[in-house]
Design a protein around this ligand. Structure first.
Ligand SMILES: Nc1nc2c(ncn2[C@@H]2O[C@H](COP(=O)(O)OP(=O)(O)OP(=O)(O)O)[C@@H](O)[C@H]2O)c(=O)[nH]1
Ligand SMILES: [Mg+2]
Length: 397
């Protein structure tokens, strides 16, 4: 389709903006910037830009569409150039250096004129029809709105098992930092411009949302369920380097949280640190009681050990309940007993995890048993933290 023959259903740009919109002026800055990163999307981008355009017009949203392309060798650029001429609210940016999805999105943040920024894939994996709902949530006070595949009502299309596993692993890693967010690596999200403005984003990985959550300025994040559809056309670009880049990114966000000492990721990391310190104190309690009962009271060492283990579970629980999770989940005695019971059961599970890893390490992989036990302790720590965080102290902010 040439620039001179816009199809009749295309909104004509600023002059179609309804005058009753808040802010009034039809030539004023857009409220919403929709960023569409592209690389070799000739098969999708034309239809995608038109669908976004139509959705904005239908909902009377004053918006602009920013296509950020990494010098695609296919027809992506000429297609968007034509649309740019036909639709005044469409802009194309062609990048020539430092290619990458996250880099492109961050460049888009820098030039977006809207006070709200929406990011969406070009391949119809994300439902365009939800864009107005994202904007509404932001208007109602959210700083970040995330399209989630993992809240009730969301889902993923037919993914091969390998992709499911990679995606779940990435999500799980992200959830350690942001336990209240079910899909912290979603590529479909909206933010207030202030969230990313001036934030020290280092767009290395594939998962720009995690970077935004880790380093942006936000307090209220909400999720909207959606079903991820497989790309309509074109080839997938997910690779091993992507996964490595993601791990580096998680490391970077962790470092940032430690240096800044505020924000959601820091709250969670400092909690993990407190949980670890409590665990170490538990070892001291366990050893001290075992020694005292055996040496001073002359009790058979295995009986001493049973008392020592249970005492350390109790002191660990109390320290975690009052300190690690700050008593934020209610002080009523009944609730506390309930949490204790849960903690006790999780600790037993930790014992099993520890022994299973010890056994597998020694018998299957031939690792020296003390080294294998260290791995077991690490695995039990991860188990204890993750399960207690999400079950025993599920509600902790
Ligand atoms: N600017 C830019 N955009 C990219 C780059 N890589 C991917 N994209 C775009 O980012 C969006 C998501 O990329 P996809 O290739 O769809 O990634 P995916 O959804 O994980 O995998 P598939 O849909 O299976 O290909 C699409 O709009 C791509 O065109 C890149 O290096 N630079
Ligand atoms: Mg895709």
């Amino acid at each position: 389709m040439g620039p001179d023959t816009p199809s009749p259903e295309l909104p004509g740009g600023p002059d179609t903006g309804p005058p009753e919109l808040p802010g009034g002026s039809v030539t004023g800055p857009p409220e919403l910037t929709v960023i569409i990163p592209t690389y070799r999307e000739e098969a999708n981008i034309g239809a995608m830009v038109r669908e976004v355009s139509r959705t904005l017009a239908d909902h009377r949203i004053r918006g602009e569409i920013l296509v950020i392309d990494d010098s695609s060798p296919d027809r992506t650029i000429p297609i968007v150039r034509d649309l740019e001429k036909a639709l005044p609210h469409v802009r194309l940016v062609v990048r020539t250096a430092d290619p990458g999805l996250s880099q492109s999105v961050v460049e888009g943040f820098g030039i977006a004129r809207g006070s709200v920024i929406q990011v969406i894939d070009a391949d119809f994996s994300h439902p365009v029809s939800l864009i107005p709902a994202f904007l509404r949530r932001i208007r109602e006070g959210a700083d970040v709105v995330i399209g989630s595949r993992y809240v009730a009502g969301g889902g993923i299309g037919e993914w091969p098992l390998s992709r499911r596993i990679i995606s779940l692993g990435a999500t799980a890693m992200g959830r350690i930092l942001f336990p209240e967010i079910t899909d912290p690596v979603s590529g479909f999200f909206a933010v207030k411009r202030e969230v990313v403005e001036g934030a020290p984003l280092e767009p290395r990985g594939y998962k720009i949302l995690l970077e935004v959550l880790g380093k942006g300025h936000w307090t209220r994040a909400e999720e909207i369920p959606y079903t991820f559809e497989n790309r309509k056309e074109g080839a997938s670009k997910l690779s091993l380097t992507t996964i490595i880049a993601y791990a580096v990114q998680v490391g970077g966000i962790t470092g940032h949280a430690f240096s800044r000492r505020e924000g959601a990721a820091w709250r969670e990391l400092s909690r993990i640190l407190r949980f670890a310190l409590v665990g170490i104190s538990g070892i001291a309690v366990n050893m001290g009681i075992l020694w005292g009962l055996t040496e001073l009271a002359g009790i058979y060492y295995l009986y001493s050990s049973a008392v020592a283990i249970e005492t350390s579970i109790i002191t660990n629980f109390l320290l975690n309940d009052f300190w690690t999770f700050g008593g934020e989940t209610g002080h009523r005695m009944g609730r506390r007993l309930h949490r204790f019971l849960s903690f006790q059961l999780v600790s037993l599970g930790g014992l099993v995890v520890n022994m299973a890893v010890l056994f597998a390490g020694k018998e299957i992989f031939g690792i020296y048993y003390l080294a294998a036990n260290l791995l077991g302790i690490l695995a039990a720590f991860v188990w204890n933290y993750v399960v207690n965080r999400n079950v025993t102290w599920r509600g902790a902010a």
